[in-house]
Design a protein around this ligand. Structure first.
Ligand code: AOF
Ligand code: ZN
Length: 370
């Protein structure tokens, strides 16, 4: 274990902040930050650009011009492979950087450890593991995709104080206030795919897009966030979605998932579709997860009614629940947060609170199953 100084920690914290500037645009790349320090002065910073663009280190090196003798603080091990861009480890060596501090190793099997090894072999002082938990938290979706072949799946749910998510009629707009809805917009913007059910499409005619005006972000970040839109996935076993549904419009890509046995109506023939086997609990979600992995989805958001979210929880597919609770009562005729047909206390689903904060008038729980 290396000894890190207070300056090291401060610089890495800054690199993590810089990394966040890429969180709405770098995917499927992990958003990484890089800070170059020389003689106690920050000489340049950089973050991962939109997919196919420069990695964080290259941005910082270009901004510095001359980086000889500098220390590079990076939130992820510099890459060693030739992907869409050249290897950052080589660029750091060529630039004459003398020390590299990384927060964590790259979980990408094409890189793991090799970037750091390459730097060491070139005589650079290398250490890793500074603020590692924070760095891992920042790119949890990318790590999940690399390590287990499935991105991080989070469900966003809204409920009243009495745990209700919609009236009996299905009416649910709006339970939470404007600040919580802005928060959800940013959640969408950081997601690669959003999964919903046909019930939500029919009840709300939701568009599931990211809209600049509703993000409450600086203009350039909002523009970058909207330049790419998450894939909108609709679970529509019997293909009941009207072709005119907003979720199928051309403002963002869509994928209609239906039962293999369902005949495709002529109106939906031009839609991107994924036929899935049926199970006792709706459509088989595993092949969908494989497809989203093939599409390099790091962060997958479920924005659905209580049935699909319940089925996903029961299938063990939810990594995190984000529950917005509004200080309101929707009454005993309204629908529950999740449909979970349980009978006994022994079946109850334990959740751990990872975070709890107030957003406008609402509370947001971040919960981990298990
Ligand atoms: C870095 N710095 O800022 C990022 C890295 O296809 P490419 O060339 O863009 O490479 C993508 C891979 O590079 C990605 O899967 C991950 O392993 C690493 N990401 N590496 O040195 C960066 N974003
Ligand atoms: Zn790189």
């Amino acid at each position: 274990m290396s000894n890190f100084t207070e300056t090291d920690t401060r610089m890495m914290a800054r690199a993590l902040q810089v990394a966040r500037l890429g969180r709405y645009s770098a995917m499927p790349n992990p958003h990484v930050g890089c800070v170059l320090l020389r003689d106690g002065q920050v000489i340049a910073e950089g973050f991962t650009q939109a997919a196919g663009g420069n990695h964080a280190e290259i941005q910082a090196l270009q901004a510095a011009g001359d980086a000889r003798g500098a220390t590079a603080y990076v939130t992820l091990e510099p890459c060693s492979h030739y992907g869409k861009t050249g290897p950052c480890a080589e660029a750091l060596i060529a630039a004459g950087v003398v020390r590299v501090v990384a927060a964590m190793e790259d979980p990408n099997p094409q890189v793991t450890g090799q970037g750091l090894a390459r730097l060491r072999a070139a005589g650079i002082e290398v250490s890793s593991g500074l603020l590692q938990d924070e760095a891992e938290q920042l790119i949890a979706g990318f790590i999940a995709r690399m390590r287990r072949g499935r991105g991080r799946v989070r469900a966003k749910l809204a409920m009243s104080l009495d745990g209700r998510s919609a009236m009996a009629s299905g009416e649910s707009q709006w339970i939470t206030g404007p600040a919580a809805r802005q928060d959800v917009q940013r959640l969408r913007a950081s997601s690669c795919a959003i999964i919903t059910g046909v019930g939500t499409v029919l009840a709300d005619d939701c568009s599931l897009t990211v809209r600049a005006a509703e993000l409450a972000l600086p203009a350039d970040m909002a523009e970058q966030a909207c330049a790419r839109q998450p894939l909108r996935v609709v679970m529509d076993s019997r293909l009941q979605s009207p072709r005119t549904a907003k979720v199928l419009d051309s403002t963002a890509p869509s994928l209609l998932c239906h039962a293999e046995s369902t005949e495709v109506p002529a109106a939906l023939l031009d839609c991107d579709r994924l036929p899935l086997p049926r199970t006792d609990n709706g459509l088989d979600l595993q092949p969908l997860m494989a497809e989203l992995n093939r599409r390099q989805c790091n962060e997958i958001l479920v924005e659905s009614g209580p049935r699909l979210a319940g089925a996903m929880l029961q299938a063990g597919l939810l990594d995190e629940l984000l529950v917005y609770m509004a200080p309101t009562l929707m009454g005993s005729l309204a629908q529950p947060l999740l449909h979970l047909p349980l009978n006994e206390m022994s079946e109850k689903v334990p959740l751990q609170i990872r975070d709890l904060r107030q957003i406008g008038q609402d509370l947001r729980f971040t919960l981990i199953p298990g």
